[in-house]
Ligand binder design. Structure first.
Ligand code: FES
Length: 106
């Protein structure tokens, strides 16, 4: 099992044990984590699963693909660490990953 932590805008945090190959968004939705809406169900077509990757993890997670980058244009308060959580797949290399939810989704 791989560890994933999601920190909400208000500072509350949820620590999850997640399956490798699952996405950050899937785990957030499955565990009813507030702040990630994921209206399109993970098709990279809504930008309501926007998160900020913790700065300690940005290199390991890597940058968005071009299609994701286009969708991020529709997200609220986009920053250099912004990603769509449906496009981040958990792997053993990401064990301990921390992401932060924005104040609101677009
Ligand atoms: Fe819609 Fe991620 S769930 S873009």
């Amino acid at each position: 099992m791989t560890k994933l932590t999601i920190v909400a805008f208000d500072g509350s945090r949820v620590d999850l044990d997640v399956a490798d190959g699952s996405t950050v968004m899937e785990n957030a939705v499955r565990n009813s984590v507030q702040g990630i809406e994921a209206e399109c169900g993970g098709a990279c077509a809504c930008a309501t699963c926007h998160v900020y990757v913790d700065e300690a993890w940005t290199d390991k997670v890597g940058p968005p693909e071009p299609m994701e980058e286009d969708m991020l244009d529709f997200a609220y308060d986009v920053r250099p660490t912004s990603r769509l959580s449906c496009q981040i797949k958990m792997t053993p290399e990401l064990d301990g990953l921390i992401v932060h939810t924005p104040e609101k989704q677009a």
